[in-house]
Design a protein around this ligand. Structure first.
Ligand SMILES: [Zn+2]
Length: 75
Protein backbone atom coordinates (compact mmCIF):
# COMPACT_ATOMS: atom_id res chain seq x y z
CA UNK A 1 0.00 0.00 0.00
CA UNK A 2 1.34 3.41 -0.90
CA UNK A 3 1.19 5.96 1.84
CA UNK A 4 2.10 9.62 2.19
CA UNK A 5 3.66 11.05 5.32
CA UNK A 6 2.78 14.55 6.36
CA UNK A 7 4.22 16.90 8.97
CA UNK A 8 1.55 17.22 11.62
CA UNK A 9 2.53 20.81 12.43
CA UNK A 10 2.05 22.27 8.95
CA UNK A 11 0.47 19.48 6.90
CA UNK A 12 3.26 19.43 4.30
CA UNK A 13 4.47 16.23 2.70
CA UNK A 14 7.67 14.56 3.86
CA UNK A 15 10.25 13.17 1.49
CA UNK A 16 11.65 9.64 1.82
CA UNK A 17 14.16 10.85 4.43
CA UNK A 18 11.36 12.23 6.60
CA UNK A 19 12.20 15.84 5.80
CA UNK A 20 9.31 18.28 5.56
CA UNK A 21 8.84 19.87 2.14
CA UNK A 22 7.54 23.08 3.70
CA UNK A 23 9.69 23.87 6.73
CA UNK A 24 12.65 21.59 5.95
CA UNK A 25 12.68 19.93 9.37
CA UNK A 26 13.57 16.31 9.86
CA UNK A 27 10.26 15.33 11.39
CA UNK A 28 10.11 12.78 14.21
CA UNK A 29 7.79 9.81 13.73
CA UNK A 30 5.49 11.08 16.47
CA UNK A 31 5.02 14.35 14.60
CA UNK A 32 3.90 12.75 11.36
CA UNK A 33 0.53 11.84 9.94
CA UNK A 34 0.13 8.90 7.59
CA UNK A 35 -2.30 9.28 4.72
CA UNK A 36 -3.09 7.25 1.63
CA UNK A 37 -0.61 8.32 -1.03
CA UNK A 38 -1.24 9.26 -4.64
CA UNK A 39 -1.00 5.61 -5.69
CA UNK A 40 -3.42 4.36 -3.06
CA UNK A 41 -6.69 2.98 -4.36
CA UNK A 42 -9.30 1.82 -1.88
CA UNK A 43 -10.09 -1.83 -2.52
CA UNK A 44 -13.45 -1.71 -0.80
CA UNK A 45 -12.72 -2.29 2.90
CA UNK A 46 -16.46 -2.17 3.59
CA UNK A 47 -16.99 -4.99 1.10
CA UNK A 48 -14.51 -7.20 2.97
CA UNK A 49 -16.45 -8.85 5.83
CA UNK A 50 -13.32 -9.72 7.82
CA UNK A 51 -11.93 -6.19 7.69
CA UNK A 52 -15.34 -4.75 8.47
CA UNK A 53 -15.69 -7.00 11.51
CA UNK A 54 -12.21 -6.14 12.76
CA UNK A 55 -12.85 -2.43 12.29
CA UNK A 56 -16.14 -2.70 14.13
CA UNK A 57 -14.49 -4.59 16.98
CA UNK A 58 -11.72 -2.00 17.18
CA UNK A 59 -14.27 0.81 17.23
CA UNK A 60 -16.14 -0.84 20.10
CA UNK A 61 -12.89 -1.34 22.02
CA UNK A 62 -12.03 2.34 21.56
CA UNK A 63 -15.38 3.29 23.05
CA UNK A 64 -14.89 0.97 26.02
CA UNK A 65 -17.99 -1.04 25.15
CA UNK A 66 -16.17 -4.36 25.35
CA UNK A 67 -14.86 -3.55 28.82
CA UNK A 68 -18.31 -2.51 29.98
CA UNK A 69 -19.87 -5.72 28.62
CA UNK A 70 -17.15 -7.78 30.34
CA UNK A 71 -17.95 -6.28 33.70
CA UNK A 72 -21.63 -6.88 33.18
CA UNK A 73 -21.12 -10.59 32.44
CA UNK A 74 -18.82 -11.19 35.43
CA UNK A 75 -20.90 -9.40 38.05
ZN1 LIG B 1 6.89 21.11 8.34
Amino acid sequence: MKRALRHDADGALLDHDGRCAKCGELVAVGDTRIEPGPGFRPTGAEADPVSAALNAAAARADLGVADHAGRLTTS
